[in-house]
Design a binder for this molecule. Sequence first.
Ligand code: 5RP
Length: 232
Amino acid sequence: MNYNQLKKVVAQAAINLILPKLNNKSIIGVGTGSTTNYFIDALAKYKSIFDGAVASSTTTAARLNKYGIPVYELNTVSDLEFYVDGADESDKHLNLIKGGGAALTREKIIAAVAKTFICIADASKLVPIIGAFPLPVEVIPMARSHVARELVKLGGDPVYREGILTDNGNIIIDVFNMQITNPVELEAKINAIVGVVTNGLFAARTADILLLGTPEGVETIKANQVENFQRV
Ligand code: 5RP
């Protein structure tokens, strides 16, 4: 199986996991990226059994709308049982790097609201230590140079992601070669730099469940607990 097939399989596994718990009042948080796109495609045929979705990007909102799935503003939603999203990297404790698709801030907000964050990813995303993937940081445009200098002080090599504006009108700096020995501490340190909106470390709030698509089947990993393989 290639990576796209693995992404499709984990997307279906996420559907199988949440389906029994959905009812006509359920609103689902939906992330951004190619794995999440497979999730949306698979979710569409069940649209009559849940109320709607909250989207982490305009791209995701457009895809949900295309299928006739109602998209709600997060501010109008008080209860979000599930958030389903991909990741660029995860360790076995479900600390994540996200933001390859520049949607990290809205993703982090929805993850904070959701009771259960289900991360869906192909096997290549699980790594012993996160940080080989450059860490995305969303930055207010006028603070670009200041934030870059502060990121150098933290040991990283910041690179401006050219030609990208986030849905919030900000820029992205990707930080290469960052040693991430303490993800919770680093997440807080980077967020404390004036001009940073947020960074792509999801460590203060990790995923709760990682569904990992491997050639042998879908592996279910829960935060702080590596389970046996569960085939689907
Ligand atoms: C977008 C993200 C994505 O979840 C991440 O980039 C993974 O994307 P894909 O599913 O295409 O591999 O964080 O901001």
